[in-house]
Each structure stands twice: as structure tokens, then as C-alpha cells.
Design a binder for this molecule. Structure first.
Ligand code: SF4
Length: 62
């Protein structure tokens, strides 16, 4: 599983980082980004929950 944050859509609300800090963190532009390329299976549901919590649907999980 991979997670990606669309930088154009991220409004820096912090929800994804609250829900799943193992996968999402702030970048230098103060937007969220995925800090790992491949999300391990054990974090899959948490990463999906983070995507669902995003108010702008900026997180793509595939
Ligand atoms: S939840 Fe969405 S809008 Fe909020 S910081 Fe994360 S990616 Fe950005």
C-alpha cells in the first residue's frame, strides 16, 4: 500500500497527522506528506482512516 498527499489540495489542517503520525508528517512547506513510500500492512487501516479524515480528499491511498 502507498500513500500520497496532493500538495495542491492540502490545507494543512493536521487531521491526517493526528490520526496516523507514523505515516504522515509536515514537510518544509508546512503541508502534510507521507514519510514512507510503502505503508506496512499493520498501518494500512490507520492510513486509510487518515485519508477519510482529510477534509479536502488530498490523500490518495493505493
Ligand atoms: S488531513 Fe488533508 S488537508 Fe489536513 S493536513 Fe492532512 S492532507 Fe492536509
Amino acid at each position: 500500500m502507498q500513500a500520497e498527499v496532493n500538495q495542491e489540495l492540502c490545507i494543512s489542517c493536521g487531521a491526517c497527522i493526528d490520526v496516523c503520525p507514523e505515516v504522515f508528517d509536515w514537510n518544509d512547506e508546512e503541508k502534510a506528506h507521507a514519510i514512507m513510500e510503502e505503508v506496512p500492512d499493520e498501518l494500512g487501516s490507520q492510513a486509510s482512516e487518515a485519508a477519510e479524515s482529510c477534509p479536502t480528499d488530498a490523500i490518495l491511498i493505493n
